[in-house]
Design a protein around this ligand. Sequence first.
Ligand code: GLU
Ligand code: MG
Length: 450
Amino acid sequence: MDIEDVVRQAEEAGVELIEFLFVDHAGTIRGKLTHVDHLRSRMTGGIGLTPAMMAMNMLDQLQPIPEMGPVGEVRLIPDPDSFRVLPYSPGVGSMMCDLISLSHEPWEACPRSFLKSVVRQAEQMGIGVMSTYEDEFTLAKLDENGQYVPIDEALCFSSIAMDVGNPVILDIMRALKAQGIQPEQYYPELGHGQHELSISPTDLLTAADNQVRYRETVRAVAKQHGMIASFAPKPFANEAGNGAHIHFSLWDKEGKQNLFWDPADRYKLSKTGYQFAAGILRHLPGLVALTCASVNSYRRLNPRSWSSAYTAFGPDNREAAVRIASTFWGNEEKSMNMELKSSDSSANPYLALGAVVAAGLEGIRNDWHPGGTLEVDPASLTEQERAAMGVVRLPSTLAEAVDNLEADHFFDQLLGDLRIRSYKAVKRSEHAAFAEADTEFELKHHFYKF
Ligand code: GLU
Ligand code: MG
């Protein structure tokens, strides 16, 4: 699509207002909007934005990054292909934006341009990445005391929860489909009010864009049903956490051959697959600062929670950080994929997907091997047994994750100076702000903002 196609589509659909969206370092979806009469010129010239937005934490506290202060300007430049008419908001459309500097180059802290650079890295190796987020979310209502109360107290996969969930989930599915996102399965999950709706994999950039659309859609449709949807990693202290597992597979240039597929292997996983997993696992203690990106993420990432608490690797092991998913009958090669469980929806999806794939590609380049596969819960092993297998506990706080990110020099080069400096500042400030407050404050803020 080009600019004229977008303008024509917007006018034909009666769209009057268009959101220019981006995701900041706090994982918040933000943007500015243009009236349709200015769409053509705004798509060319962009909408001006202060660079300070990438130094803002999830409490809107600006961090002292010299390049991200009151002086300066970047432009929100939308990707025409990302234009969608919003089915849940009459008269409104949205587009995903790159942050472009005044020299017309992608700004050093632009998350979407970062992901594009990783897509190019993969392409140079003859690889196309297919991916999707598999999100869990909580549906709740606000009671008269201002407390979030889950819409059901039902059991995992329970039909009682379906009765409450089906109407809103159906509308969410329809709204996703209208935006070109293919829903797959739905089921009520373990936590009260927790539901899971999976969508089909796409190319990497679309997978990140879709995660933004998904979060927007679920929240908006839930609101139409008088509910509040939350993607907070741990919405309630004593209920199951909301994961946003990342599924990925690698394909040849033509998109015909699944590079993870090897029917001769015990788990049908190719050498490339093992190498890719090894890259992710080696960098995971720092990588989680990007994939489990909030203070609240570390309430979820605990042993025996099926969220992954260790750098373990295993076939259909739901306590392993990287799980080899067994294939589906009649669709073996196509369905061969792996899943990263140490991931949630408080992440900036452009940074998270880009960093996960870049880490995996490094594993391929260096011919790394992930060590043994684990067919038991890593929490059931002794410290010594885990150490012998190279299985380490993932960080237990956001601050620890950021320290690991800093200590792993792979990320310096990958992310670049301005991005990593501002990202670390934002995350450390979030850790500090929530460390001073009580649990209720943390839960409330994450519930509402994600
Ligand atoms: N809710 C779990 C998590 O936090 C995942 C449960 C599952 O789907 O296996 O990741
Ligand atoms: Mg689940």
